[in-house]
Design a protein around this ligand. Structure first.
Ligand code: PMT
Length: 337
């Protein structure tokens, strides 16, 4: 198996940092310092799916499934418990608080009407919106939520590494709650073509090298077929646990579609990375059941009782951040991930 430290050096020396990395680091440093000095607990919540671009000037990419419901909802619960939250999310995926009114089949304008030349919230939505608005306003006033965004796997990993290292001095007061759906395969920079991949042979770029490296492009047309040959993304959970934040509390998620392997794979991850908790979920039931797998407590299922599986706007029942969550918490179901 490849040495994880070498894999980290190789990855970050080959894949250039995102343009907004320094700006993100400046914001995160101030935020972490301020809340660290105030003795507050901090959590980095990652949310949404990472993409794998196929071209440098990206027209096409491979996306990872996630709407950001788990991350955005959980962030609200952490904020309610007094945490300061760094919310590292996929651009345009769900956000804490606004998620109640975005990404569903209704427009946010449907919650409003005109009255005497002014915009007002409809009577039927007043109570719910006031409840959400009060929480949001409190969090904003206390400056307890920092929102950062990524799109690609490489942007995500650069941000994760930098923020984790900034949180390192907080020791166990820092938590990492990794709900983002992270790509396992990618196109390395030196195997990525510059321009849009052409479907017509006559316009195809030379298939004998990307960026003049001599390495074959990872995505190319052969005849009329698109051939994609991805490479593995190193599992950076190992580096997070051992190097970037060794004293932090680390919670990872495990997403599967086959129920028969979920717990086995969650246990395997816990043993392999030696962190604190793996939360397993199945794609089809993730809205109302999860399994916690930890060394201290073994395997523990948390389920929203049948009668609380209320329908959201799109008819999908919901699991929110804790077992006693109320039905109002997850009313948004995005139209796409
Ligand atoms: O947003 P929603 O629609 O609510 O959906 C929520 C969710 C299903 C996406 C979420 O609950 C979830 O399960 N997220 C984790 C998905 C995932 O990446 O699972 P995985 O089995 O591929 O990875 C397991 C762990 O390894 C993850 O914690 C990930 O951070 C880590 N990983 C993954 C890939 C990689 N190259 N390096 C990693 O360290």
């Amino acid at each position: 198996m490849a040495d994880p430290q070498q894999a980290e050096r190789d990855y970050f020396s080959n894949e250039p940092p995102p343009k907004d990395l320094q700006a993100n680091v400046t914001l995160a440093r101030e935020f972490i310092q301020r809340h660290g000095d105030a003795g507050r607990r901090l959590v980095l919540v990652t949310s949404g799916g990472t993409t794998v671009p196929l071209e440098t000037q990206t027209v096409r990419c491979i996306d990872n499934f996630s709407a950001g419901t788990r991350g955005a909802t959980s962030a609200e619960f952490f904020l309610r418990q007094g945490y300061a939250v760094v919310f590292l999310h996929r651009q345009f995926s769900l956000l804490p608080y606004s998620r109640h009114y975005s990404h569903n089949t209704r427009s946010f304008l449907d919650y409003m009407r005109e009255e005497d030349g002014r915009v007002v919230v409809d009577e039927q939505h007043q109570a719910d919106m006031l409840h959400v608005l009060r929480q949001y306003t409190n969090v904003k006033r206390e400056g307890r939520l920092l929102i950062l965004s990524f799109v690609t796997i490489t942007e995500y990993l650069w941000d994760l590494r930098e923020v984790a290292q900034l949180m390192r001095p907080l020791g166990p007061r820092a938590m990492f709650y990794l709900a983002a759906a992270v790509s396992d395969f990618f196109v390395p920079r030196d195997r990525m073509v510059e321009h849009k991949i052409q479907s017509n042979d006559e316009f195809s770029q030379a298939a004998d090298g990307a960026h003049g490296t001599g390495r074959p492009p990872a995505a190319r047309t052969e005849g009329r077929k698109l051939v994609i040959d991805l490479e593995p993304v190193p599992k950076f959970l190992k580096q997070l646990v051992d190097g970037w934040a060794p004293d932090g509390i680390i919670v990872s998620f495990k997403l599967e579609t086959d129920p028969s392997i979920l717990v086995k794979k969650a246990r395997y991850a816990l043993n392999k990375y030696s962190h604190h908790l793996v939360i397993g979920n199945l794609l089809s039931t993730r809205k109302w059941e999860v399994v916690f797998v930890s060394r201290l407590e073994g395997e523990k299922w948390i389920r929203v009782p049948e009668h609380r599986r209320t329908k959201s706007f799109s008819g999908v029942p919901s699991l929110v951040g804790s077992a006693d969550a109320s039905a109002r918490q997850d009313q948004s179901e995005p139209s796409q991930s």
